[in-house]
Design a protein around this ligand. Structure first.
Ligand SMILES: *Cc1c(COP(=O)(O)O)cnc(C)c1O
Length: 429
């Protein structure tokens, strides 16, 4: 399978190069050259297949001959080492819990898959790859955990000092081995600017830098899996299924829509956002006009210019009317999010985190017009990752799970930096 750059379709590379480069030299995102629907007997027999077989069937065409079958099956088995439960919340609504992985955020799936692909690509050479990531919290933890101990890969995480939660900081700074955290005296945007500068820096060309952001196809594509798992679990109901993704950078929802293009019979998708409403406004009026980023209680989705939306547009050949047939998008305030968390807890005893709650709200909008349908929202993080907010709103305590308690007792190791030059010095040495 080849991938082309979305800014220059003549530029094509295989899966391996797309993963190692992350983005094309012209700055474009990579996109698969062909998307072939899976055969109908695959969908008919889905409920009799195990998750690893489903995942392999779905992703193998996108890997092509870059990774041999037995290795790819191993990577998938390793990636899917935890559960993806579907928990009923009301008669027609369920939560797909994607937070049962090691860092309790759905990003574990993509990070684990990508790390193992890089490990495979680097198995024989002694060239080191450096994965450079700016994180506002969850991405860094998932990448650190996913890449821990992977041969010939060093991970350098930049995070804004004092602006991540205690749990998140412990996940970033206590693992050691091939994971190094740089604690930036600045904002998340400062971290991201430094990372971008490093990728453009000619002096660092020989350092084999790559990114583990969802722009990397090896992080983006494995998100296909859980939409198939969800359909498998709910197929027997025979009812139309709507799926709502709490969306920030739009990688997750993009993977869902790609699953539909592969033939997965989902009635429709909902991209639910917080106050950062660029996409809902675009679907409404056709103008793509990002505003300044707004801070919200669902902070992993505080993105005003979502990188992956261009991939969704590509799936519809930039035809907004066609896109609107499959995708609805709504924005919700923090007050609405809070009310949803309180109401669902009171009526169903289900604890939503602020991100899942935004997804829940999006689903309610669409199900109101489709009483015959059922709906699923993605629970993208364990509520304990947003402990202060959840405990305050629901007026109850949330016990910290044992693996997180353990990591909180480990010694923090980070290098404080202030300027780009300090990052560069670190990478050169
Ligand atoms: C990253 C993240 C999201 C947003 O996912 P995208 O693929 O960027 O849209 C939602 N919820 C949580 C908890 C996240 O960490």
């Amino acid at each position: 399978m080849n991938y082309y750059s979305l800014t220059n379709k003549q530029h094509r590379v295989g899966f391996r190069e797309a993963v190692l480069q992350s983005i094309a030299p012209d700055g474009g995102l990579y996109f698969p050259e062909v998307i072939t629907p899976l055969p109908s007997d695959f969908f008919n027999s889905l409920d009799r297949l195990d998750n690893e077989t489903i995942a392999y069937t779905v992703i193998a065409p996108f890997i092509g001959d870059a990774i041999p079958e037995n290795e790819l099956r191993k990577i998938i088995k390793d990636t899917l080492s935890f559960d993806f439960p579907i928990v009923p919340v009301t008669d027609s609504v369920s939560a797909l819990e994607l937070f049962h992985g090691p860092t309790m955020a759905f990003k574990d799936v993509g990070a684990r898959f990508m790390s193992r692909c890089l490990g495979y690509f680097n198995r024989e050479n002694n060239q080191k790859t450096t994965v450079l990531v700016a994180t506002s919290g969850d991405t860094g933890g998932a990448v650190a955990s996913g890449f821990l101990g992977v041969k010939n890969v060093d991970v350098v995480l930049l995070y804004p000092s004092g602006k991540v939660s205690a749990i998140q900081e412990a996940q970033l700074t206590t693992l050691g081995q091939n994971i190094q955290a740089l604690e930036v005296n600045g904002s998340f945007d400062d971290c991201q600017d430094m990372v971008k500068k490093a990728f453009r820096d000619a002096d660092l060309k020989n350092r084999n830098l790559t990114s583990a952001n969802s722009i990397n196809v090896a992080r983006w594509l494995p998100q296909l899996f859980y939409f198939f798992f969800a359909y498998k679990a709910l197929k027997a109901t025979g009812k139309p299924l709507y799926i709502s993704c709490p969306s920030g950078n739009f990688g997750n929802i993009g993977a869902g829509i790609l699953a539909k293009k592969l033939g997965l019979p989902i009635a429709g998708f909902i991209a639910a956002t917080n106050a950062n409403d660029t996409v809902p406004r675009y679907l409404e009026n056709g103008l793509y006009a990002p505003n300044a980023t707004i801070s919200t209680i669902s902070n992993a989705m505080d993105v005003s210019n979502p990188s992956n939306f261009i991939r969704i547009q590509e799936l519809y050949a930039n035809d907004r009317e066609q896109l609107k047939k499959d995708l609805a998008s709504f924005s919700f305030t923090d007050a609405e999010t809070r009310t949803a968390m309180e109401t669902v807890y009171r009526e169903s005893q289900y604890i939503m985190d602020p991100h899942g709650a935004v997804g829940y709200l999006g689903l309610q909008k669409v199900l109101a017009n489709h009483p015959e349908a059922i709906g699923l929202f993605l629970e993208t993080a364990h509520p304990v990752k947003f402990q202060d907010t959840v405990e305050a709103y629901l007026n109850r305590s949330l016990p910290i799970p044992e693996p997180i308690q353990h990591i909180m007792t480990q010694t923090k190791q980070s290098i404080p930096i202030r300027h780009y030059q300090e990052l560069k010095d670190y990478l050169v040495n």
